[in-house]
Design a protein around this ligand. Sequence first.
Ligand code: PTJ
Length: 253
Amino acid sequence: MRIPKGHPRFESLRIRELLVKGLRDGVVVPEGLLAHGRGETFDYLLGERTSISAGKAVRASAALMLISKSSVVSVNGNTAALVPREISRLASLIPAKVEVNLFHRSLERERKIAAVLHRSGVREVLGVGVDASVSIPGVSSRRKHVDPRGIGGADVVLVPLEDGDRAMALQSAGKRVVAVDLNPLSRTSQAASISIVDNVVRAFPRLIGEVGRLKSHDSSYLKRIVSSFDNPRNLAMALSEITEFLDLWRVGS
Ligand code: PTJ
């Protein structure tokens, strides 16, 4: 559907159309549309903008990925449909590896998502088919299969729209998890080392900008940013930002 640029909900409709196209192309699963609906609700409650707490989480995430030995961006169907070029840009800036990791796993989808990423500039896409040859203990879904060159050996994993089990299992495996999830109450947000409570369409460009700004700083400066970040406190701030936003609406009533 062509959405008129002047439509008051242009950005929201644009995102929906990307996901519907992703569904038609076999990149997104129907469950991905449901997940997006849940995300949209939280986005409304956040005022559809990057909050101060999200900005802090983005800065800490950028610093963490820059000091990591091996960061990986984990990509599912929704993320590939929404921000493929941004994934490519972020991965080359850090530099980080890119791995397909799906909840609703099929070789056909893995290949389609890898093709989308290749077209967007990602040179090597890990985790496709037999390349995902090792398992993360404690994950019951097929998300447990990971590439030993990627998530298997990573110290930091960026997981947009993740499920809580795998986020917890990655942490238990000694990896630092950076989540992008609009729901500050989700098990993923609660389990992650750093939770960016923001829409992936805003969080990725922000991450790219922050990595660009921090890249020239030395590792002790970056380590200080990471160690001064407190995820539970930042999540509490995200919840306060939601209630403050709701209070603005209550003023008129
Ligand atoms: O592509 P697959 O097979 O790996 O499946 C992907 C989905 C998204 C279907 C799968 O990971 C899933 O079922 O996710 P959940 O458990 O529904 O969790 C999705 C979380 O992402 C929810 O907490 C949503 O609020 C959040 N979310 C949805 N859309 C966005 C989002 N967070 C950030 N940006 C979004 N655009």
